[in-house]
Design a protein. Structure first.
Length: 233
């Protein structure tokens, strides 16, 4: 499935504020627009990490679809219509009536994702404080953790939707305390699941082995995303 820069056969909306996910999707050769879901992730709880990340990706997609429909209905005085992603970031969404959409428009795919870290059987989301981030990172030192990432692709034209997950195991050398303190001071680790950024220059030297792909650890497994996009189209 090739995405041509001149005239792609479909449009993409990335439902994530993650810089890493934007970077990966761009590396895959796609142009896309970005929107975000405002949901309370703590309201959704599942025992298994795989079930949790898939449920959160679904909730994000539902929230974004509701937001897009509400925006669209306001602009069209209640006329039933559907949204597709725009060609440029300036005009984030084109709004077409259903009849025009089905007749002329290319499919639009909404991609939503979620990720948690699993450490000694417990699920870790974003650290709630610097102290929790410090505990997380000290636990990884000389040990191992896993990331569980979900990808959900929704075809806005057909309504097709599919979600799957990917797991990566990560093994660490001992991480010096001064490296952990630098990471916390910088602050990025406070904004990611489990406080874990293995591609970070400070952490990279202490990563012993990754069983899986780095793009999956960064939050968007390329192979799974391609597979689900093909199925959705």
């Amino acid at each position: 499935m090739e995405a041509s820069a001149t005239s792609p056969p479909f449009k993409i909306i990335l439902g994530s504020s993650s810089i890493a996910r934007r970077k990966i999707l761009a590396e895959m050769g796609y142009e896309f627009t970005v929107t975000t879901a405002d949901i309370d992730e703590k309201c959704i709880r599942k025992e298994k990490p795989e079930e949790l990340v898939m449920a959160l990706a679904e909730a994000k997609a539902d929230a974004i679809l509701s937001k897009l429909r509400a925006d669209n209905n306001q602009e069209n005085d209640g006329e039933l219509s559907i949204l597709i992603a725009a060609d440029t970031a300036e005009a984030i969404l084109q709004r077409l009536s259903v009849h025009d959409y089905i007749k002329d428009a290319v499919p639009a795919l909404l991609i939503t994702c979620d990720q948690v870290v699993v450490y000694e059987g417990s699920i870790r989301e974003k650290p709630s404080s610097e102290e929790e981030a410090r505990q997380f990172l000290k636990g990884y030192s000389g040990g191992h953790a896993a990331t569980v990432s979900s990808v959900l692709v929704t075809n806005l034209k057909t309504g097709f939707r599919k979600v799957e997950w990917d797991r990566v195991e990560i093994y660490f050398h001992e991480i010096p305390d001064e490296v952990i303190e630098k990471l916390i001071e910088e602050g990025l680790v406070l904004r990611v699941a489990g406080g874990l950024i293995i591609e970070h220059p400070l952490i990279l030297p202490y990563v012993k082995e990754v069983v899986g792909t780095t793009d999956s650890v960064m939050g968007l497994p390329k192979a799974l995303t391609e597979k689900l996009m093909k199925e959705a189209l």
